[in-house]
Design a protein around this ligand. Structure first.
Ligand SMILES: C[S@@+](CC[C@H](N)C(=O)[O-])C[C@H]1O[C@@H](n2cnc3c(N)ncnc32)[C@H](O)[C@@H]1O
Length: 226
């Protein structure tokens, strides 16, 4: 008899899911009032007794048509490293495209006392980021706009921070090259820019030993994409 065990999970989509995991069947109940659920592992028959389980489609967290990436916050340690890589100096104006809970904006304003603007399409995240900014008393330095960054005027950014997706970066690349001033810096967590080679690629190993890839570009004096 295999003892019953409980595992903590983080789910964002309410509902129930049944899974076969190895020799066990799992039933997952995600309450709608909270984003944390509890999973019980119930001992079951060996997996070969069951018909092959259908591949579970991971629920997409992109709920809005304009969303070029789902919400997945950059770990705080990596945020610090990303900002260091950007080479921030006094007077810089940082734009975080897809600003999520506002952590990149808040870290930039707190540590470097620069102005920071975030663009975010998810209204819940806009609200959360604004609350976080208020809690840190950073309203004078940080602003979050509820707007699709693809429609935004980015021309006054001297630094752009990104954590999006391959598609997101590909869509943004011509926009950045057209709108940003020569010398403006772009830093991206995890995703590169395809055929626009970065000036710096950094493999950052965090305290737990996990490696994170960061990229740095500068807008050239003349741009072939214009
Ligand atoms: C991976 S999260 C990164 C959040 C934050 N920048 C960070 O590093 O923690 C990507 C964010 O981009 C937002 N996003 C995706 N496409 C967008 C768009 N077209 N305009 C504005 N925000 C967008 C998503 O809603 C999500 O919050």
């Amino acid at each position: 008899m295999v003892p019953s065990r409980e595992i903590g999970f983080l789910f964002r989509v309410p509902g129930s899911v049944a899974l076969t995991l190895g020799a066990h069947r799992l039933s997952i109940e995600v309450p709608s009032s909270s984003d944390s659920g509890t999973t019980s592992i119930v001992p079951g028959l060996p997996a070969e007794n069951f018909a092959p389980a259908p591949l579970l489609e991971r629920p997409s967290l992109r709920t809005l048509p304009e969303q070029l990436a789902p919400f997945d916050p950059t770990p705080y340690e990596v945020v610090d490293r990303l900002l260091a890589l950007a080479g921030i100096k006094a007077g810089d104006h940082l734009y975080d495209l897809g600003s999520g809970d506002g952590r990149v904006l808040i870290a930039a304003a707190k540590k470097y006392r620069i102005k920071a603007v975030g663009f975010e399409v998810d209204p819940g995240l806009v609200k959360l980021a604004r609350e976080n900014i208020k809690q840190e008393n950073l309203e004078q330095l940080v602003e979050v706009r509820h707007q699709d960054f693809m429609t935004a005027d980015l021309s006054s950014a001297s630094i752009v921070t990104l954590y999006l997706s391959h598609d997101g970066n590909e869509a943004l690349k011509p926009v950045l090259l057209r709108q940003l001033q020569p010398g403006a810096r772009v830093v991206s967590y995890t995703f590169n820019m395809g055929d626009w080679p970065p000036k710096i690629t950094e493999a950052y190993r965090d305290g737990a030993g996990d490696v994170h890839t960061l990229y740095y570009w500068e807008i050239p004096q003349s741009v072939v994409y214009r």
